[in-house]
Design a protein around this ligand. Structure first.
Ligand SMILES: [Zn+2]
Length: 280
């Protein structure tokens, strides 16, 4: 069934774990994510990034998300990741996305607030939840983001101001991760995470989960992050799975890719301790 992230994030906050939010770019990837969710009896955040319209149109993503999301018994969130403009976000909501992100984190604080409020107003009237970003999670060159940007750490005081002003449902914060891969394991600012956690009550989100280090991610999940976005590692896992084999045809490529993606996502489920979801 399709749901918003409201209730499942509440469980994550209470029990001290995080959900992985993998980006899908085609039928194979979304079906693999659903397979993991059903096997482990956990909800999943099926994320589609606006920038990935080069692989899949918003309409195709909505069709896949609704098809797979509605037929499974597990709660599924169909989430628009890194929504960049109001038009695309409004269209996603009309197409059945249950959660949207507005990423105006490159703008100054007041402009970020103005744009986020606009989206929150539109989305809330339609029962859809909103994620925004404060501070900025930077990017190397990768498939999720085409511009190289530097990170700006989130200020705890600004996070509180932002959450109060916008009434946003969840907040992506910048505490040391970046999109894409790293040259070395990142240094996470756990003290900043703790300060933000103490100043805002809404669920916190970590972008750039790939290759951020198992211990780092586990600690983030335990110390107040409710969702970790992952993509690069999943795509690399598929590539590695194929690379190590002598494949004869497309069917074998797909099957090995699927297995690689599933193994990698299960690993994220383990380190984020998402199995706490079903425990008493
Ligand atoms: Zn991101």
């Amino acid at each position: 069934m399709l749901v918003t992230s409201k209730q499942i994030f509440q469980v994550a906050q209470e029990k001290g774990f995080a959900f992985p939010a993998p980006n899908f770019i085609d039928q194979l990837s979304i079906a693999s994510y659903i397979e993991v969710a059903e096997k482990r009896k956990i909800p999943m955040l099926l994320s589609f990034a606006q920038v990935h319209q080069e692989f899949l149109s918003l309409e195709e993503a909505a069709c896949l998300g609704r098809f797979y999301g509605e037929r499974t018994k597990m709660p599924m969130v169909l989430h628009l990741d890194h929504g960049q403009d109001l038009d695309t976000i409004m269209r996603a909501i009309e197409l059945g996305f249950t959660s949207v992100m507005i990423d105006a984190s490159m703008e100054n604080l007041e402009e970020n607030i103005r744009r986020t409020k606009e989206v929150v107003k539109y989305a809330h009237q339609r029962g859809v939840v909103v994620e925004a970003e404060i501070g900025h999670v930077g990017s190397g060159e990768n498939y999720e983001s085409h511009t190289v940007t530097d990170s700006i750490y989130t200020s705890p005081a600004e996070a509180k101001y932002f959450a109060d002003k916008t009434q946003v449902d969840s907040l992506a914060i910048s505490i040391g991760t970046a999109h894409g891969s790293y040259k070395a394991e990142p240094k996470i600012q756990f003290d900043v995470l703790q300060q933000i956690r103490q100043s805002v009550t809404i669920p916190l989100v970590l972008h750039g989960g790939s290759s951020s280090g198992d211990d780092n991610l586990r600690r983030c999940a335990r110390e107040g992050i409710s969702k970790v976005n992952v993509f690069t590692d999943l795509m690399n896992a598929a590539g590695q799975a194929v690379k190590n084999q002598e494949v004869q045809n497309y069917i074998e490529v797909k099957d090995l890719s699927r297995q690689g993606i599933i193994r990698c996502l299960e690993h994220f489920c383990d380190i984020l301790e998402v199995d706490k979801y079903g425990r008493a």
